[in-house]
Write a protein that binds this ligand. Structure first.
Ligand SMILES: Cc1ncc(COP(=O)(O)O)c(C=O)c1O
Ligand SMILES: N[C@@H](CCOP(=O)(O)O)C(=O)O
Length: 462
C-alpha cells in the first residue's frame, strides 16, 4: 500500500512514512494510491463484532507491512481500552429513521479520541522501533488539541506543541490543554483564529530546514492515519443498522472536512452509503461551495460551535483531488488561488463532488433551538456541534434510508451554550470533576512563523 500526494509532486510513501510525515513535501496531503474494497460478505461478517475487531478488519489493508497483525491488533486494543462505553461508539435512536452516533465516550469527550488514541499507540510503536524522536505540532479549534495532548503526554519520543486560538475555545477545552503537567506538553495560545494556526502549521511543514531540524510531525487530519481511524465508526454503525443489505446516510458536523472525508472513504471501500451530508455552522464555506461552486474564504465568525469555526477546510483538498480525476497539477493550481482568497470549482468537478456530498448550514438561533428541542422531544442533550448535525439531518432525512448523525462532542465541553439553550448545565464526568481547580500552563504567542519556530526550537533544546 503506497500513499501519494494530492499535488502530485512528492514521493509516494508507505503507511509508516506517511503517518510520521504528516504533510507531503509538495504541500499536499497523502491519500492511498488505491482504496482497498470490502466485499458485501466481508462487510456482513462485521455484524456482532467488537469495535476493536471491526477496526482491525477495516484498517488492516491500509497499513501494509508497517505492523504485524498481532502488533496492530494489540495497539487497537490499547487505544480503545480507556473509552467509557463498552460499545465505544454507541448508536441511539432519536426519531423514526434518525440515529445519533455518540462519538464522545473517549478520554477527552470528543470524536478526535477515536483517531488520536490510536495514533498515539502507532507513533510510540513505530518511533521506538526506529529509535527516533519527533516534534508534533498541531493546530486546534479546541478538540484536536486536547485529544492530542491526552494521547501523547509523557511519551519519551515526542514533544507536543498545540496552537489554539486565544479566547476562541471553550473554557473546558482550554483547561484540557493547559492543565496537563507533563514536560513534553506545550499549549500555545496564538493571537488569531484557527485558520491562522493551521496556516502557520503548514508554513512550518513547508520550511524544510525547520521541518528536518526538529523532525516535525503532524497529528491534524492532514495526517492520513487520523482519517483512516475515523473510517471505522462508519462501518460499525452502518452494519448495526443492517448494512450491507440496507443503505444508510450520514450527516456530519463539519469544519476541516476530515470526519466526512472518512465517510467518503468508507463509501469507496464498498459501504453502501446513500448520502453524506455536510453540516456547517455560520462559517459555511463548504455549504456555499457545494451550493455554488465558489470556494471563497471570508472572515471567521465566532460561534457557539467553536470547533467548527473554520474557513479553510484542509481535507477538502483530498475530495478535490478525486473530483479533478486525481490531477495533482489542477489541485496545486486551486491551492495557489486559495492563497489569494479562493477559487471556482469546475463544473465537472462540482458534479463529481455533488454525487457524494450534500450540505446544509445552521444559524446560531437554530443551533440553540435544536439543543432545546432535542432534549424536550428526543431526550438527548446535544453539544452545539452535534446540534448543527441533527438540524441538517432533520432537513435532509428521507423515510426510506436511515440517517445517522455524528455526535462529535459531549455537551459538558460546551456548558455555557448548552445551558443557554436548555437550562441544563451538563456536569463533567467524575474523573474530570476537578478540571477547574487544576493550575493552567500556557504561552501566548504571536501569529508569526519566525517567533513560533524560535520558541519551538528553544523548548526542545532544553
Ligand atoms: C466537536 C467537533 N465537531 C465537528 C468538528 C468538525 O470535524 P472536521 O474538522 O473533521 O470536519 C470538529 C473539529 O474538527 C469538532 O471538534
Ligand atoms: N475542529 C478541530 C480542527 C482541527 O481539525 P483536524 O481534524 O484537522 O485536527 C479541532 O477541534 O481542533
Amino acid at each position: 500500500m503506497r500513499y501519494i500526494s494530492t499535488r502530485g509532486k512528492a514521493p509516494a510513501l508507505s503507511f509508516e512514512e506517511a503517518m510520521l510525515s504528516g504533510l507531503a513535501r509538495d504541500g499536499g496531503l497523502y491519500v492511498p494510491e488505491t482504496v482497498p474494497t470490502m466485499s458485501e460478505a466481508e462487510i456482513r461478517a462485521l455484524r456482532g463484532l467488537s469495535y476493536e475487531e471491526v477496526a482491525f478488519r477495516v484498517m488492516r489493508p491500509f497499513v501494509g507491512d508497517t505492523f504485524t497483525d498481532e502488533t496492530f491488533g494489540d495497539l487497537i486494543a490499547k487505544a480503545y481500552a480507556g473509552f467509557g462505553h463498552a460499545a465505544r461508539a454507541p448508536l441511539v435512536q432519536l426519531a423514526p429513521n434518525h440515529f445519533l452516533l455518540e462519538l464522545f465516550h473517549g478520554p477527552t469527550l470528543a470524536f478526535k479520541d477515536f483517531a488520536m488514541q490510536l495514533i498515539g499507540q502507532l507513533f510510540e510503536e513505530a518511533l521506538t522501533r526506529r529509535g527516533e524522536r519527533v516534534t508534533i505540532v498541531g493546530a486546534t479549534s479546541g478538540d484536536t488539541g486536547s485529544a492530542a495532548i491526552e494521547a501523547f503526554k509523557g511519551l519519551d519520543a515526542v514533544d507536543v506543541f498545540i496552537l489554539f486560538p486565544h479566547g476562541r475555545v471553550s473554557e473546558v477545552q482550554r483547561r484540557q490543554m493547559t492543565t496537563p503537567t507533563e514536560d513534553n506538553v506545550h499549549a500555545l495560545a496564538i493571537d488569531g483564529h484557527f485558520d491562522d494556526a493551521q496556516a502557520r502549521l503548514k508554513d512550518m511543514f513547508n520550511d524544510f530546514t525547520f521541518r528536518d531540524d526538529v523532525r516535525l510531525a503532524g497529528v491534524n487530519s492532514i495526517n492520513w492515519a487520523r482519517v483512516l481511524a475515523q473510517v471505522v465508526y462508519y462501518f460499525s454503525s452502518a452494519v448495526s443498522l443492517g448494512a450491507p443489505d440496507r443503505k444508510v446516510s450520514f450527516t456530519v458536523p463539519t469544519g476541516n472536512f476530515g470526519d466526512i472525508f472518512a465517510g467518503y472513504i468508507a463509501k469507496k471501500m464498498g459501504l453502501p452509503i446513500d448520502r453524506l451530508v455536510v453540516a456547517t455552522n455560520q462559517n459555511d464555506i463548504l455549504h456555499r461551495c457545494l451550493s455554488s461552486g465558489a470556494y471563497k474564504t471570508s472572515e471567521v465568525h465566532p460561534s457557539i460551535s467553536p470547533s467548527m469555526d473554520i474557513q479553510v477546510s484542509s481535507n477538502f483538498e483530498r475530495a478535490l483531488f478525486d473530483a479533478y480525476g486525481r490531477d495533482g497539477n489542477a489541485v496545486g493550481q486551486l491551492m495557489d488561488e486559495l492563497k489569494a482568497g479562493g477559487f471556482n470549482v469546475s463544473q465537472g468537478a462540482l458534479q463529481a463532488l455533488r454525487e457524494h456530498f450534500e450540505s446544509g448550514r445552521v444559524s446560531e438561533d437554530e443551533t440553540l433551538a435544536t439543543i432545546r428541542q432535542a432534549k424536550a422531544t428526543m431526550g438527548e442533550l446535544l453539544c452545539p456541534h452535534s446540534a448543527v448535525g441533527v438540524k441538517v439531518a432533520e432537513d435532509h432525512r428521507s423515510t426510506e434510508v436511515p440517517m445517522i448523525t455524528l455526535a462529535t462532542a459531549h455537551p459538558a465541553k460546551f456548558p455555557d451554550a448548552v445551558e443557554k439553550a436548555s437550562g441544563i448545565r451538563p456536569p463533567l464526568p467524575a474523573r474530570m470533576a476537578d478540571l477547574f481547580d487544576r493550575p493552567e500552563r500556557m504561552t501566548r504567542v504571536p501569529n508569526d512563523l519566525g517567533a513560533l519556530e524560535t520558541l519551538i526550537r528553544e523548548r526542545i533544546a532544553k
